[in-house]
Design a protein around this ligand. Sequence first.
Ligand SMILES: [Zn+2]
Length: 184
Amino acid sequence: MSEREAATGELGLIQAFVNTVDLMPGVEELRDPNTLKDWLVARRLMDAGQPVDESDLKHALAVREAMRGLIAGNSGQRIYPVDLATLNEAAIASRLRMRFGSGGKARLEPEAAGAVGAIGRLVATLYSAVQAEDWERLKLCDSDPCRWAFYDRSKNQSSRWCKMASCGNREKARRFRETHKRDS
Ligand SMILES: [Zn+2]
């Protein structure tokens, strides 16, 4: 596997949002309010006419890391209450309400406008993604500096690293060195 596995649909949107930062080389895609706005507008989560400021950026990054924390639960890690609180607060701030769409299907929609509403749409997307059958396939890379969100396509859902060639081998080497140290 040479590429990191991507999910599609709602799960894919959550994955793409969480992966707007690549922690290892440390490349941040959401560098300022403008890049956040571009990202949200490109995914039709908000209108281009609405302003995005520094507090929206701070809010978006907090929600993104809370989502990463929730995904960590699929990799057997502990889910922290602070992450759940951040997601709950984002839902309240965006005033998510249940709405029946034109096809008769119910969904959550924010009453808030602008970036807060757009982030509410991401939380609503997470709400339905968590209930989807393949939610547990969205995992975090087990390599501590990486923590990339990847889609585990393996039959028995046993993948632990976003890329075996880099993260997998680095972690194996690190664990080998640690074991060796203890033995000597
Ligand atoms: Zn990785």
